[in-house]
Design a protein. Structure first.
Length: 352
């Protein structure tokens, strides 16, 4: 035990029996509230840390967690979050924790729905869920609640569910801040483009919707008189997207500012290379290498980041603390809303 404190030492300091301390430390048997308070006070004073490896190995119990996140390619946002999951899995290996990854197409609701029966058929003790598809997530969590399987939310909070905890930004406030960043760079009556990527299944990303709502609220509060012009692009049709941009700039030749509420700002910038005469600036999200390149070039003026690696590692550790250590975890854990420009991006460390 930490600092060589033995159970009998803790019992003596708390004025209770060794059996009482043993029951509290191993979360078994009944203990009076008064005795628990005395022992908890001593444990805090001595900064007690249990021998978790010995406990886990003694129990010989394996913990199988499942993560449900979007498919990703190298360099994308969800790869960075998965790096955090990998780190947590390595750190918890000695405690018999293993993590299984299940992935879905974030632009296709059906691909998430197909995973639900697969998840429910598996023998798992906890689930980490990226909450992009609200209705499908609520369907899954309702069934997990019935089976008393705890789950953690990342990406966005969803009302009507009961997660153990949430790790991510405050989506609405993030969009509100984005509204301020953009409003400070435009005239009162200037038009703004809002870029979206179409999704199969007639749904909107929970987080993206909340961000846009916060963004629009800020502009309304400031009396913005220009138009907010939405442009929906296709996730897998570059040529059509370029044509849509061409039509946008032909229809609104004075359009110079825009925003996208997810990590795909670099794709918009790629398309803009086809229109060298257009002077256009963009605000986007997340520290992807491709986004950073355009930030340094000045095409992107701001990136708003949310530390995906930290979300990944903490979501797994939260399940571990809740299930193995029997700890109470904070219900909501907001990530910092980091605002990055080309002058400070060289000093930004997005890792854990």
């Amino acid at each position: 035990m930490n600092k060589n404190y033995r159970i009998k030492d803790i019992a003596a300091m708390a004025g209770v029996s060794t059996g009482t301390v043993d029951r509290i430390l191993h979360n078994r048997g009944k203990v009076s509230i008064e005795a628990r308070e005395k022992v908890d006070k001593v444990l805090k004073e001595i900064d007690y840390q249990p021998n978790l490896i010995a406990r886990s190995l003694a129990l010989k119990k394996k913990y199988h967690f499942i993560t449900v996140i979007p498919h990703y390619t190298p360099g994308e946002y969800w790869e960075m979050l998965n790096k955090g999951i990998e780190q947590a899995e390595k750190e918890l290996f000695s405690y018999n924790v293993e993590v299984e990854r299940l992935c879905f197409n974030q632009y296709d609701k059906h691909s998430f729905d197909e995973l639900i029966p697969e998840i429910l058929e598996k023998e798992c003790q906890g689930v980490v869920i990226a909450t992009l598809i609200k209705e499908s997530v609520l369907d899954l969590t309702r069934r997990l609640d019935e089976r008393e399987i705890p789950y953690v939310f990342i990406d966005a909070q969803i009302e009507g569910a009961n997660p153990v905890t949430y790790y991510g930004t405050h989506s609405y406030d993030s969009g509100y801040i984005a509204g301020r960043l953009l409003f400070d760079r435009i005239s009162q009556a200037e038009d703004i483009a809002v870029f979206r990527f179409l999704r199969r299944g007639d749904f909107h990303s929970t987080q993206v919707s909340n961000r846009e709502r916060g963004f629009r609220t800020y502009l309304e509060e400031k009396g913005h008189e220009g138009r907010i012009i939405p442009l929906s692009l296709h996730a897998d049709d570059d040529e059509n997207n370029k044509q849509l941009l061409k039509e946008l700039f032909e229809k609104y030749p004075h359009l110079q500012k825009g925003i996208i509420f997810n990590s795909r700002a670099y794709l918009i910038c790629d398309y803009l290379q086809e229109f060298p005469a257009v002077q256009f600036n963009l605000i986007g999200y997340d520290v992807l290498d491709a986004n950073v390149n355009y930030l340094q070039e000045g095409v992107i003026t701001h990136l708003i980041a949310q530390r995906p690696e930290v979300q990944g590692v903490n979501s797994i550790k939260a399940l571990f603390r809740y299930l193995v250590l029997k700890e109470t975890v904070d219900k909501i854990n907001y990530m910092p809303i980091d605002i990055l420009i080309k002058e400070n991006i060289p000093y930004y460390n997005n890792y854990i």
